[in-house]
Design a protein around this ligand. Structure first.
Ligand code: AMP
Length: 172
């Protein structure tokens, strides 16, 4: 994974003091490394039942769409409120201060389908947990969650008990 990791750069104090932001734009800009990351996400989730890939706005779209194409399944976006044009299901979740919400088209998945939820990074796990709730609210199931980066020093496991969480790079 070193060939992937070397294209992820740390930006201290972004977007606010104390946060070490993992910037994946150099990875996206390097064709070989980006392709490798999609191949590795494919291998990482090869044994997982997958009728569709779900991507969380916005960096989850970059890895999720490419992975969906590689797997030969459709892609479903989960977006911030007010962005999706048709009827939506909505899930609120708590942040350090206040709440946020995400939405998915109500007809994007069929009851009984199994999906993989993709994002670039898992930190507190709040967004990913809300994404799982959205998928399950329409009768589909989350067979696994896949990330390029897992910040294992944060307690995201608390928000995702019993979930199958996989990542290419883990920081502890
Ligand atoms: P969370 O809900 O706390 O797991 O946050 C996950 C979302 O926030 C993902 O969409 C990430 O892209 C973004 N995020 C959180 N922390 C970082 C970080 N240190 N570096 C880059 N992105 C982050």
């Amino acid at each position: 994974m070193q060939d992937i990791e070397q294209h992820i750069r740390d930006i201290p104090d972004f977007p606010k003091p104390g946060i070490m932001f993992k910037d994946i734009t150099p990875l996206l800009g390097n064709h070989t490394a980006f392709q490798r990351s999609i191949e590795e996400l494919g291998k990482l989730t090869a044994d997982v039942k997958c009728d569709a890939v779900i991507g969380i706005e916005s960096r989850g779209f970059l890895f999720g769409t490419a992975l969906a194409l590689a797997k030969g399944v459709g892609f479903v976006p989960i977006r911030k409120p007010g962005k999706l044009p048709a009827d939506v299901v909505r899930q609120e979740y708590s942040l350090e201060y206040g709440t946020d919400a995400i939405e998915m088209h109500r007809d994007a998945l069929q009851s009984g389908q199994s999906v993989i939820v993709i994002d670039d990074l898992i930190a507190t796990g709040g967004t990913a947990a809300a994404a799982c709730d959205l998928v399950e609210s329409v009768g589909a199931q989350v067979s696994a969650l896949g990330f390029v980066i897992a910040l294992d020093f944060l307690p995201w496991q608390d928000k995702l008990p019993g979930r199958d969480v996989r990542a290419l790079l883990r920081y502890s």
